[in-house]
Design a protein around this ligand. Structure first.
Ligand code: FEO
Ligand code: CA
Ligand code: CA
Length: 695
């Protein structure tokens, strides 16, 4: 299954929060809401479809397993409340389920970091860290050194972008100790970038800097031989910036559609730029995928009726880009907004390649996109639509990946995501609806669990596409994918973020960050897959595809983790004793370490401390033992975790993003101390003794 380029890892990233003060409905700081997602949580949830919820579609009978458990189970929720020890650190030696395993799962043998509000990256005892690269560091030939007082669009176009999110590391054959780091730059925080920024009247140069600070960076990094330290190699020929003005190719069956034609591009096949790239994935054929997430916020003017589902605002946009390029004004250029909201594919090995937007994977607020192969070598891509009450999707390709290094092989593999079937998930709980009361109390069968199906929406072939949705053409399904999900009755979820298959077990994990509107007012009520009303802390769903095949159209599911303070009865850690786990809130990006443990970064933690990175065992006696590995500085979200044998890599996104903060009045002094501008950056963490992480 492996290709010529031995991939090292896959991961995910995202955007998000202070974890402390003035939180907004979604749990983040007001400044994060404003710049990251265009205050999405202040608007009504855009999914007003009359879809049934999980409780409506309960299978009539309890599963056999449910019946057997029903008599014996005492709700974990009811039993957990009193007398718990401090949930801060997970003990290395503890009695678990009547036995005494000697140690935490391999890969998680470190002393858990206590939750805190320190303005720094705190790592476990015995671990070290370095800043690999910061916003503004020059990576291309000719780019100047960073000077925040003299920043220009031209300088930024050759420098590392802002608000690093998803991270990938790819091998660099022939250059010992070097890898290619690919990073997303999700969005810009103008008030933290520009002294004296006037949001009502941004300058052309500021807008140009913001365009150049979005997008992606590829930068070669070099390992220190004696540690896990990484440093960026500036001016390497593979270093590259992709920005909001880089040329992209639209591919797949909607390319060339009338829905995608604009006055600047009558072909409907050529787009400038990528926006709000949140998380992503690394493909087995050596490219990276990047989800265009909250793209709607960059567009001004009322859209078509169909675009209301995507939250296009009626007035001016936050950043006022429409004043400098009319394509950002939907009233003047109605189709430009249809050209964002896709999964982007980038080839880091070809610095002259034109990146692609894959229409076959649908258009929505893609949190990310992660890939695995079917047994016969076809790609399967999972992607969540990060919005309250929105859906998650799977694409199953019809063409097999080829092995080899030639140009023809590479071209073939770059077309793999243009043909296949896009599905949306529908989940059914196995417990009676009455047992799901919105408090998080476990039902009588002891688990939030059930079955699910992947409902086909559209099949793309080499000759076009076929819609499986009544009343919608294939092109409409691909461009207005949310509406297609509504029509087929997909399950409304609590903000589906990263989705990642466990390479050790094949089980698939879906992070659901939170949804404070669940069960509130006329919004959809709690159901077995989203069991808490006003869900502040989120949960993680574990899917087992039928026969453990990536191309199955049915699956079983269970909630692996129901997040929050372990002292809160409405939490669940896969049945692991809750006095032995770290508190966690708002799971967002997920990744796997080489041992098969799940690593989770958080966005907008609502427990009074900063966001962080956590590892949790997914199998064995320690399944559910969750331990905090690091914490973020003030205002920052943990993104892009990558866990290699000897190194953990994280993106520190939006440090200092606290309401009221500005360049003049910073809320954080990370990473360079007092008097220096706050800068998003990538951090590497390793063991001081040179041994592997967590063993
Ligand atoms: Fe960019 Fe869904 O976080
Ligand atoms: Ca995210
Ligand atoms: Ca159940």
């Amino acid at each position: 299954m492996r290709m010529q380029l031995p991939l090292i890892s896959v991961s995910a990233g995202s955007a998000g929060s202070s974890g402390a003060s003035e939180s907004h409905p979604g749990g983040r700081s007001a400044l994060t809401c404003r710049f990251r997602c265009g205050d999405a949580c202040f608007h009504p949830a855009p999914n007003t479809s009359a879809n049934e919820y999980v409780g409506d579609v309960i299978a009539g009978a309890l599963s056999r397993r449910s019946m057997m458990r029903a008599a014996a189970v005492v709700s974990v929720a009811g039993a957990a409340g009193a007398g718990l020890a401090s949930p801060v650190a997970a003990a290395e030696n503890t009695t678990v389920r009547g036995r005494t395993p000697s140690k935490a799962a391999r890969g998680l043998r470190f002393t858990a970091v206590a939750p805190n509000t320190a303005d720094t990256v705190t790592v476990p005892d015995g671990y070290r860290q370095n800043v690999v690269i910061r916003w503004g560091e020059p990576i291309l030939r000719g780019a100047p050194a960073f000077d925040p007082e003299k920043q220009s669009a031209a300088a930024q176009a050759g420098q590392f972008g802002y608000n690093n999110d998803f991270l990938a590391l790819l091998p660099l054959p022939g250059e010992r100790g070097r890898q290619i780091l690919v990073a997303n730059h999700e969005y810009t925080d103008e008030v933290l970038m520009f002294r004296g920024y006037d949001a009502a009247d941004p300058t052309r140069e500021q807008v140009g800097i913001a365009w150049a600070a979005h997008g992606l960076s590829a930068v070669v990094v070099e390992e220190d031989r004696r540690s896990g330290k990484l440093t960026a190699v500036s001016r390497h020929p593979l270093n590259r910036r992709v920005t909001a003005t880089t040329e992209f190719r639209l591919t797949g069956p909607a390319a060339g559609s009338a829905l995608l034609k604009t006055s600047a591009d009558p072909t409907g096949r050529k787009v400038l730029g990528t926006l709000n790239n949140c998380s992503g994935g690394t493909t087995p054929w050596g490219t990276t995928l990047h989800g265009e997430e909250n793209f709607n916020q960059y567009f001004a003017g009322a859209g078509r009726a169909t675009d209301k589902r995507y939250g296009i605002g009626a007035g001016a946009s936050e950043r006022k880009w429409e004043r400098f390029d009319k394509r950002f004004d939907v009233a003047q250029e109605p189709n430009e907004v249809h050209r964002f909201g896709y999964v982007v594919e980038f080839d880091p090995y070809d610095p002259h390649s034109t990146p692609r937007k894959h229409t076959a994977l649908g258009r929505f607020k893609h949190e990310g996109a992660t890939v695995r192969l079917t047994r016969d070598g076809r790609p399967v891509v999972y992607s969540g639509d990060d919005e309250r009450f929105d859906y998650f999707y799977k694409f199953v390709g019809s063409k097999r990946m080829k092995h080899g290094t030639g140009r023809a092989v590479r071209e073939h593999n770059l077309s793999l995501l243009d043909e296949g079937t896009l599905y949306v998930a529908k989940l059914t709980g196995d417990s009676p609806a009455l047992e799901i009361d919105g408090t998080g109390k476990l039902p009588a069968d002891g688990e939030f669990d059930g079955s699910g199906e992947w409902i086909p929406l559209v099949t793309a072939t080499g000759k076009g596409a076929v819609s499986h949705v009544e009343g919608m053409s294939a092109e409409e399904v691909l461009v207005f994918t949310r509406l297609a999900g509504d029509k087929v009755g997909a399950t409304k979820m609590d903000r589906p973020e990263d989705i990642e298959p466990n390479p050790h077990t094949g089980k698939v994990y879906v992070a659901l960050t939170n949804n404070t509107n669940r069960g509130v007012g006329t919004n959809a009520p709690a159901d077995e897959a989203n069991p808490r009303s006003a869900n502040k802390h989120g949960h993680i769903l574990e899917l087992t595809e039928r026969w453990n095949r990536a191309d199955s159209t049915t699956f079983a599911w269970t909630l692996f983790l129901v997040a929050g303070d372990p002292n809160d009865p409405a939490t669940y850690f896969a049945g692991f004793p809750k006095d032995r786990v770290s508190p966690i809130s708002c799971p967002d990006n997920v990744a796997f370490d080489p041992h098969g443990n799940l690593w989770i970064s958080t966005d907008g933690a609502q427990l009074g401390h900063h966001d962080g990175l956590f590892g949790v065992a997914t199998k064995g006696e320690r399944r559910g033992e969750l331990k905090q590995f690091l914490t973020m500085p003030i205002g920052a979200e943990t993104c892009g975790p990558l866990v290699q044998d000897r190194r953990v890599l994280v993106a520190v996104q939006h440090p200092g993003e606290i309401s009221g903060a500005s360049v003049e009045k910073p809320a954080s002094t990370w990473p360079d101390g007092p008097g220096k501008i706050v800068r998003p950056a990538v951090v590497a963490v390793w063991r001081a003794d040179g041994e592997d992480i967590g063993v």
